[in-house]
Design a protein. Structure first.
Length: 478
């Protein structure tokens, strides 16, 4: 180990990152390079000719950085990946150096204590009491998987983890669910065909009447509810289901109630929009992703559980090679017997540091700013007769549809895709498209601490101009 080289390279890298963040808005957000070019760029055998760290950084600046999607750019409003806060970025540097494995207490004692404290903070935000627990995970995909496993075990009286799943169990969720839930019902043995996706109302909330009808029909055929899943901030629009009604149904059916607040959980930090997640504390388990709207760097998801004992019941296996023989074994919290992961990275430090450096109120201001950005764009759209907004945003997600009464549905879809691709290629803005209720929408979702109202104004002017241009082109070719 050359400590002088390490120190010099580390200072150089921090200087580079600082300049990168400071100047991010003056560089293109996205480089529309062909994938084949990138695959060729990194086409090499395993290196065996050691290089200096300084030369490697220079290579990264040439080969990696120009072709990233720069989520720190104020025009990034796409998939729910935030601009990571700078304090969290520095935290990840220390995490890598310490390399604590929180699966077992003995490989990360103080890190385990910190992780438990951050989990307690998240439980406090939900409104869970001291009997709650949880795990920090790689993200909503893993958190929803754990939530559905807990549901499976609870509703089968803790037999499924030993005997496997048998036929006849069904889970229920809105059609606006995240794909992680489809993968989770697959992974825990419920089966994708046994996930009932219920239509939504005009506010994109699950229709309780149709849910009740579906449950009644399933029960008449000998099927049993294993889990009711509530969405507390949908991916497309930030819509929130009627969580209290869903809890009532789950109680009646004696099944688990899981809430997916991976994105929407950030609203719990808001200073202006409290109360949007009423009933979240009634859920048996909740998914929240600090690496979404808490602005923490990837990865930091969370599964929070109202009754901590359910974690140990579902995951409590203790192989001989990990048995703790110390005198403190009853006081040492072992994440591996209270969760899915055994090799478990130290995810809490960036969340802990972020709260300590910025404070809950400041992070809440960033969230409220993003909500303001989405509402502003919504009002710009409804003030223009050519655009439709799916609904006034509750959170920071807004979906806009450009109306083309003279064009067919397929041409309208092509218009949205073409405009999105053109804007992406110019490198000033990046957002996604989606389909809801048979229409194609621009899905714009700022979770960005650098975005301003001026960016929203400029984005809408760009949408207006490019949509009109593409409509004329398609009309001529029709």
């Amino acid at each position: 180990m050359n400590y002088d080289e390490f120190r010099s390279a580390g200072h150089s890298l921090v200087d580079f990152i600082s300049d990168y963040l400071k100047n991010i808005s003056s560089n293109p957000l996205f480089n529309p390079v062909e994938p084949s070019f990138l695959y060729d760029l990194f086409d090499e055998k395993i290196p065996d000719d050691p290089k200096t760290l300084a030369s490697i950084q220079k290579t990264l600046e040439e080969k990696l950085l120009p072709y990233c999607t720069h989520v720190n750019h104020p025009g990034y409003m796409g998939l729910i990946t935030p601009s990571p806060n700078p304090a969290g970025i520095l935290s990840e540097f220390l995490v890598a150096a310490l390399n604590q494995n929180l699966g077992a207490y003995s490989i990360g004692p103080s890190a385990t204590a910190m992780e438990l404290r951050v989990i307690r903070w998240l439980n406090d935000l939900i409104g869970y009491d001291e009997g709650a627990g949880g795990n920090l995970t790689s993200g909503g995909m893993t958190s929803n998987f754990i939530g559905l496993k807990l549901a499976r075990d609870y509703s089968t009286n803790d037999t499924a983890q030993f005997d496997g799943m048998r036929q006849g169990w069904v889970a229920y969720v809105s059609e606006e669910r995240h794909v992680s839930l489809d993968k989770a019902v697959d992974a825990v043995g419920i089966g994708r065909n046994n996930l009932r996706t219920i239509p939504t109302n005009d506010n994109y909330q699950v229709r309780i009447d149709l849910l009740e009808e579906t449950i009644g029909r399933d029960k008449s055929q000998g099927l049993r509810p294993i889990c009711i899943i509530g969405l507390a901030g949908t991916t497309n629009l930030g819509a929130v289901d009627d969580l209290k009604s869903l809890h009532r149904i789950a109680q009646r059916e004696n099944c688990w109630f899981h809430a997916d607040a991976a994105y929407g959980g950030g609203i719990l930090l808001s200073n202006k929009h409290q109360g949007l997640l009423g009933g979240l504390d009634l859920a048996d388990s909740v998914t929240i992703d600090p690496h979404k709207w808490f602005y923490a760097p990837l990865d930091a998801g969370a599964i929070l559980v109202k009754d901590h004992k359910r974690l140990n019941i579902s995951f409590g296996m203790q192989p001989a090679y990990l048995t703790d023989q110390s005198q403190q074994k009853n006081e040492r919290y072992q994440f591996y017997v209270n969760g899915f992961e055994q090799s478990k990275r130290f995810r809490s430090l960036k969340v802990w540091v972020s709260f300590h450096h910025y404070g809950k109120t400041k992070i809440g201001e960033w969230i409220d700013n993003n909500i303001g950005h989405a509402k502003h764009l919504h009002h710009l759209a409804i003030g223009d007769g050519h655009f439709e907004s799916a609904t006034e945003p509750l959170m920071s997600a807004v979906c806009l549809h450009y109306k083309t009464p003279e064009l067919g549905n397929e041409q309208n879809k092509r218009l949205h895709f073409a405009v999105t691709e053109k804007i992406e290629s110019e490198g000033h803005f990046w957002f996604a498209t989606t389909i809801m209720k048979g229409k194609t929408w621009f899905r714009i979702n700022p979770v960005n601490i650098y975005t301003t109202m001026n960016h929203m104004d400029e984005l809408f002017k760009t949408l207006q101009a490019y949509c009109q241009e593409e409509e004329k082109r398609l009309s001529k070719s029709a």
